[in-house]
Write a protein that binds this ligand. Structure first.
Ligand code: ZN
Length: 165
């Protein structure tokens, strides 16, 4: 299992709904291991080459596996905060996100949960959920900032091509 870098087409695909929860359970531990090893606070399935709607996260309160997430309610207000992404190494930028989101999701046993995430945790949830629709945090940036990042993005794409040679 390897982290897919910017430029990999799987990062731009819309992931499919999870129906096989046993499969998620079978890769859960390895996924968390990679996330912690890379000092990430979240890791979405497409980032490890699996085009399914789930992600791992740890906002400081222990590991969570979030499957088939849906934001069912959110704050009116948004706030800016810095984000990075394991698929975009070395790139950090401020992104506007809802202050809180209410999430409906399933755990790795298929049980349905509803949970309120606030602040930093809400930011992780929104970032990771975006991955399931092929959206990256840089897509939320104003075009001038995105332009500034362009040489860095090209570097990552080159790095990826070197790796896949
Ligand atoms: Zn990410």
């Amino acid at each position: 299992m390897k982290i897919r870098l910017f430029g990999d087409p799987i990062l731009r695909k819309k992931s499919r709904i999870v129906e096989d929860f046993e499969y998620v359970r079978s890769i859960r531990d390895e996924m968390l291991k990679i996330m912690y090893l890379e000092d990430g606070v979240g890791l979405a399935a497409p980032q490890i080459g699996v085009s399914l709607r789930f992600f791992a996260m740890d906002d400081g309160n222990g590991p969570l596996i979030i499957i088939n997430p849906e934001i069912i309610e959110h704050s009116n207000e948004k706030e800016l905060g810095e984000e990075g992404c394991l698929s975009l190494p070395g790139i950090f930028a401020d992104v506007n996100r809802y202050k809180w989101v209410k999430l409906k999701y399933q755990d790795e046993y298929g049980n349905v949960h509803e949970r309120l995430f606030e602040g930093y945790s809400a930011r992780i949830v929104q970032h990771e959920r975006d991955h399931l629709d092929g959206i990256l945090f840089i897509d939320h940036l104003p075009s001038n900032i995105r332009k500034q990042l362009s040489p860095e993005l090209t570097k990552i794409m080159r790095m990826r091509l070197e790796e896949t040679k």
